[in-house]
Design a protein around this ligand. Sequence first.
Ligand SMILES: Cc1cc2nc3c(=O)[nH]c(=O)nc-3n(C[C@H](O)[C@H](O)[C@H](O)COP(=O)(O)OP(=O)(O)OC[C@H]3O[C@@H](n4cnc5c(N)ncnc54)[C@H](O)[C@@H]3O)c2cc1C
Length: 430
Amino acid sequence: MSWRNWGRTESAQPVRVLRPATEAHVATAIEQAAADGLPVKAVGSGHSFSGIAVAPGVQLDLSGLTGLVGVDHATDRVTLRAGTPLHAVPALLAPHGLAMPNLGDIDQQTISGAVSTGTHGTGLTFGGLATQVVGARFVDGWGEVHVVDASHKWLPAVALGLGALGVLTELTLQCVPAFQLQAVERPEPLEQVLDSWAERIRAHDHVEFYWFPHTATALTKTNTRLPLGAPTRPLPGWRRRLDDDLLANGLFELTCRACSRLPGLTPTVNRAAERLTGNRTFTDVATAVFTTRRSVRFREMEYAVPAGILPQVAREVGALIERRRWRVSFPLEFRVAAADDRWLSTAHERDSGYVAVHRYWRDAEDDYLTEVEALLRDHDGRPHWGKLHTRTAADLAGAYPRFADFLVLRDELDPDRRFANPYLERVLGA
Ligand SMILES: Cc1cc2nc3c(=O)[nH]c(=O)nc-3n(C[C@H](O)[C@H](O)[C@H](O)COP(=O)(O)OP(=O)(O)OC[C@H]3O[C@@H](n4cnc5c(N)ncnc54)[C@H](O)[C@@H]3O)c2cc1C
């Protein structure tokens, strides 16, 4: 019965675990939990670092609620059961010639877990995954089923609902014709990347970079969208195994472990990592380029700041790391996303630059995350709901123009707080 998340930052001992296979089972589970006075929490793949998925009462494992419900070929809209893992989606959509327009770094999350926390990828003209949602079915705290479409006034709340409004059973996504990506990955001088960041994010579809602290190099990834028929040039199997399995996962695990025991080694190791990261250009189907395998466990905090100030913020975070002399083996990641209308989206009504800071999971806790958080918060930063942060309802309210509306809707759909847990009490209030 015990549960823990991928990052090993949270655990739970649910009173009971249920695996509903239909929407009716979900409704019954909620009604039964209400009769027993227990809270209910749907969990996805447990890939949130925050306590958002902790289920102290009834845990709903949605691995029985997966798969394709239907495809509307006229609109390229696709309905999926809520527990469908992202890695299963390409095969479900391929026969229909469709794809999700954008993805984050991995595909292990469930579709409902990913949208519920505001999971995003990168690209100035692309919103996070919740912006792909154009319809949903969910069961509220009374056990009642609701169906919302693209024009429904609740959709911008339900599509990114933190698991606080109900249990999603189906999601309809606006998809696009399947496409390929040309990926250009290379090390570049950090200062040059920061100086040209504003032009880069406008000139290319998907731009991001990693920066290993204690180095002056950014590892940039620039992806360009191409139609499916364009010639492909996938990475040879040996190169993918060398880069992604051996270097990015196998060797990286060893170096992180060594740096965790001997933090003084970190700058030298990071400079070696920077040299080992090669130039590569390849073209492949979009999911094979967007997502990678991550086997080295870490803890993560990520904040969204106004897109235009990302270079300045990156420089300030770098200066703080050097000033405080933290030894950080994990790279920071910088991305961008389009403004959107989801009430609790970190990109709500503003184009956003994302700053993600990571710690190898075995590293001793220090004040790295909290001090970087203070800096990002001072830049009007909004924390990723699925990653580590210390914000509370009282100070988040001012960061989100529709926060009060979300709370009113929560009162309507879940007045008894059937979906509450300690995290939601902290970020939304009791
Ligand atoms: C290695 C790694 C890489 C990551 N990369 C990215 C990235 O590139 N971009 C990014 O933005 N984030 C990223 N994340 C964060 C991750 O995408 C989010 O935390 C996401 O929510 C995890 O999805 P999950 O299925 O594991 O959901 P969980 O963590 O299990 O649950 C998250 C929330 O969704 C709710 N939920 C799940 N199913 C339902 C449902 N059916 N109805 C209502 N609520 C539901 C849960 O109750 C909980 O509140 C990454 C995390 C890891 C560990």
